[in-house]
Design a protein around this ligand. Sequence first.
Ligand SMILES: [Zn+2]
Length: 335
Amino acid sequence: MLPFKLVYSEKYFLPIGEHVFRADKYRLIRERLLGEHIADESDFLTPQPASESDITLVHSPHYVSKLMEGALSAREELQMEIPYSPQVVDAFMLHTGGSILAAEHALQDGLCINIGGGFHHAFPEHGEGFCMINDFAVAIRVLQNRGRIRRAMTVDCDVHQGNGTAAIFGGAKQHSAMLPSSSPATLGSRSGVSMNQSPAEDVFTISLHQEHNYPYTKPPSSIDVNLPDGCVDADYLAWLDNALSSGLRQFDPELICYVAGADPFCEDQLGGLNLTMEGLKQRDELVFRVARARGIPVMVTYAGGYANHVEDTVAIHCNTVVAAAEVYKATASPR
Ligand SMILES: [Zn+2]
């Protein structure tokens, strides 16, 4: 039995037909976790769908009513890049309920993983890039609304920038500067870190992503790390370590929402970074170790993953659970 819970529903499946986004990955992850005895049945929690009043804490009532009534324009549906149906809306509401449940259990157990969610390209007024509802932004607002937390940090390690999250929580960008301690010599001069000097008061957003990739307009996060094409494990981990230290020097969150995208993988169809499967597991361990050492609860969502072979995406997502088990099973912090 794991020292934390996994949130999953068979209804996480999104009926979107033949698609680069393999919506059956959630079921395959659960089957692999059970098949390899990484988890057992008792580790899983079943979520309830989020309510309309939950999602309107982030999304505009106008957008929400269009989702509920099937009134998106053809252009809006095109921008979403997945076909609209009421069943797809139901699935997104369930992923969002899963993120709310995971956030609550993270506060209780120190960590909780939603085997879904991470839809970071959803904006208050529209969806895009396979994302209809920004599930973890909603979870943050719901927990704030319940008085459970005041301050949260998002740590987005999907290969694509978290533009929706940045738009939801970000403020106007004042100016950019390189982090004082951040210039690994191996990185090209085009890559760099942008610091938004006036982050939202209650939510601090960090995004590590490939600079030359979707989304081509990147609203400022509190910290954006724009990685060069082909970035390898060691450089990636150095940038992540740096961004986490910098973020946690500036901001003291009561919850971290970790967006553990599988698409920085070297064989991803929609990504141009060069991380190995082992490097991605080390990435997860780094986030968990830093959070655990500081006593900050972490809720995890899975976001993207479009490897040439779906079993690689599934293995990367399962490794996130393995990494968490290794870090959170340790009974005492290392001296
Ligand atoms: Zn992605």
